[in-house]
Ligand binder design. Structure first.
Ligand code: CTP
Length: 309
């Protein structure tokens, strides 16, 4: 008989603050390097010590990482650097074969490489970092949005700006005095295919439809999508166009573009398919075309979290 192939378990760690499709794409690539992906979410204390306070709490960051469809297991309160001791724990307790990180250098405050031990042990692999998005960039876009709205009031975002003084100063490399946010994301058909499940509904499936802006994809969105998925066997999510979102929420919204929002929703394990640019009203035609059994809408306005910024 053929010998059963050993399961390859890979480990990726990170802060995953203000989780975005760059993080999801990193997790997707990591998962493709093995059969099972274990993710370590770095503790608030370790992030504070190494790069300044995170925006999202440990709990929220855990929810976001766990919601990604390529993740098999999540470890809370992971250390920022892979110490020899933690590496051995990964090998013995979690049966990890490889430790994975993006191809950006990860330097500790003392100048050493956070993955030096893993590299030395020959257990390190790299994935390609996703250009055009980062947590710092997202904070920059949010600050521009707040600045434009409150331009006549006393600026109250100085502390937030200070928090993110590591990396580039938000908004300053934009070079656009009017403060228009710029998405540097170049959506390709291949990227959308990579994020897709590539499966349609079974002929007898109960198809549930939910639409929305899903801007700055957060734990509240994940919860509502999980609920929606439980109503049927196939969850189709309509992502509103940038124009629709602007018309409802004002000229500085959405913060993330249609394609960025679509990828974040597609990466969610409860979602089967998205409509990239859905109308704000569900038409009879859509119900027929997509064979929708049930249209759901949340009772809490999903923009609340965004408005509080
Ligand atoms: N990552 C990536 N592409 C991005 C951002 C992050 O591939 N645009 C990868 C990182 O290389 C890392 C993992 O996602 O392997 C987790 O990243 P994280 O620790 O959250 O932090 P950063 O690299 O600082 O990313 P960001 O600035 O967006 O927080």
């Amino acid at each position: 008989p053929k010998k059963k192939k050993k399961t390859v378990r890979v480990y990726m760690d990170g802060c995953f603050d203000l989780m975005h499709y760059g993080h999801a794409n990193a997790l997707r690539q990591a998962r493709a390097l093995g059969d099972e992906l274990v993710v370590g979410v770095v503790s608030d204390e370790e992030i504070i010590a190494n790069k300044g306070p995170p925006v999202m709490s440990m709990d929220e960051r855990m929810v976001m990482v766990s919601s990604v469809k390529w993740v098999d297991k999540v470890i809370a309160d992971a250390p920022y650097a892979i110490t020899e001791e933690f590496m051995n724990k990964l090998f013995t307790e979690y049966n990890i074969d490889y430790i994975i990180h993006g191809d950006d250098p990860c330097i500790l405050p003392d100048g050493s490489d956070a993955y030096a031990h893993a590299k030395k042990a020959g257990r390190y692999k790299q994935i390609k970092r996703t250009e055009g998005v980062s947590s710092t960039d997202i904070v920059g876009r949010m600050l521009l949005c707040v600045r434009d709205r409150q331009i006549l009031e006393t600026p109250n975002h100085a502390s937030l700006q200070r928090q993110f003084s590591h990396g580039s100063t938000p908004g300053q490399d934009n070079g656009n005095a009017s403060g228009t946010r710029i998405s540097h994301f170049l959506p390709t058909s291949r990227r959308i295919v990579q994020f897709s499940n590539g499966k349609g509904p079974r002929p007898d499936a109960r198809i549930v439809y939910m639409d929305g802006a899903f801007d700055l994809f957060h734990a509240g969105h994940v919860e509502i999508l999980k609920c929606a998925r439980d109503y049927g066997d196939f969850l189709l999510v309509g992502i509103h166009t940038d124009q629709t979102v602007s018309a409802h929420r004002g000229p500085h919204h959405p913060i993330m573009s249609l394609h960025e929002r679509s990828l974040s929703v597609l990466a969610c394990r409860y979602v089967d398919e998205v409509i990239i640019g859905a109308p704000s009203e569900v038409t009879k035609d859509m119900i027929k075309t997509f064979n929708i059994s049930l249209v759901l809408h949340g009772t809490v306005q999903e923009s609340e979290g965004v408005r509080n910024i």
